[in-house]
Design a protein around this ligand. Sequence first.
Ligand SMILES: Cc1ncc(COP(=O)(O)O)c(C=O)c1O
Length: 460
Amino acid sequence: MDNAPIPKSPGSTPHGGRTALVSLPADERTQSNAQLLADDSQYVMRPWTAAGEPLPIVEAHGSYVRDADGRVYMDFTSGYFVNQAGHSHPRVISAAIAQLHKVSQVSGRHASEPAIGMAKELARLAPGRLTKTLYTTGGCESTEFALKMARQKSGKLGVMVLDNAFHGLSVQALATCSNESYRKSASAPLDANIVAAPTPYVYRWKNPDACVDESIAALEQLLDANPHVGSILAEPMQAVGGLAPPLEWWQRVDAIRKARGLVLILDEIQTGLGRTGKMWGADHYGLEADIMTLAKGLSGGVGSLGAVMATPEIAASFWGATSPTSAANAISCAAGLEMIRVIQDEKLVENAAAMGEYMTRVFWELRSPWIGDVRFKGLLGGVELVLDKKSKQPWSKDQILGMKSDLLERGVICTATGPLGNVIRIQPPLSVSPSEIDRFVSHFDAAVRAAMQAAGRASA
Ligand SMILES: Cc1ncc(COP(=O)(O)O)c(C=O)c1O
């Protein structure tokens, strides 16, 4: 367990103004981890199992969270890729509280100052001509609305997605995802109008030099064979595994989709708001989508908020039922808008870019025989673990689970992901500092060595 690193006072973190974790007085900490987890297992439905989950978290600030037993962890998941400016940024909290004293719930049929303000700011920041915002309550709902918009615009039911994509867990969103166990959970045939093209996973492409040509050829063949496809839905970079297509791949896909008149929907739910070291994942490729989906950090970590942005023409012709009941709640909009301002004022996009480069360098400098690839665009990505650099044999599921548990024991929270499940996803808040990264990497290195020693592959 790692108790040493808690910032002692506001301003001791590199971007200043962040509140240190403050221990709750003993009488307020009424329940222990064990007590909370006993109730959790009795009353909360968790249809999945993962090492070290759930952790009952009672406080969180910046890059750190504290559990009910008082242990402090570095949260290198940013609360599941939500708290771009760190947990509980004081400006975000103040904005939420100030709004709470005015009005909190406003239905999407009406309007609130923060919802209008956020839509205006998003229109200023978004790439291309995405000037209109439709609010939703989160990511998978944004996917659903985006698909509706694209169908209306194109007049076609078919959508092209990419292998390894993740766009949400509702039934239609699942039809756009490739994870088999997620898909099976819908217990029914999923929409057969959805067609998946290969993701340019350069590291594991048989001939990496041919990855772009071959994957583009396959994509074009699929489009030829499926004239019912009217749109393409993709993340600019896939968060599952940190797979950023080469620049040329996106340039060619963009040209193809324009030539064929396909609607481009970019899912910026995880890549948006600075995560990749630019404000949008699209900015790395010069992409201007017709529709863009947002969620996660959009709420500033306060409640849940999603959005679908569209060009004025698509927005003008979009028709349908009104708006989800809880979309555009004023507290989340106020908190999210303040977080977007913090991202800009504290130069967190620039910091994400610099820290992504720093982390890449530090991981490669480990010269670990078990690190097959290090992939970061800003702070989106992770490290792919292999048993052998040449064969690229991935770590087993048990080895990855063991690694995650060991990291948790050392006081670090992160997740595992990727097409083969062997990528440790490392996505701290955009405010992370070099010293926090150094500490993380040293824990990571120790955990990797311990796992490989236990597997009889010691390289002390
Ligand atoms: C790229 C992407 N799209 C969609 C979603 C779904 O968002 P939500 O969990 O808010 O439904 C996620 C969530 O992880 C995501 O990463």
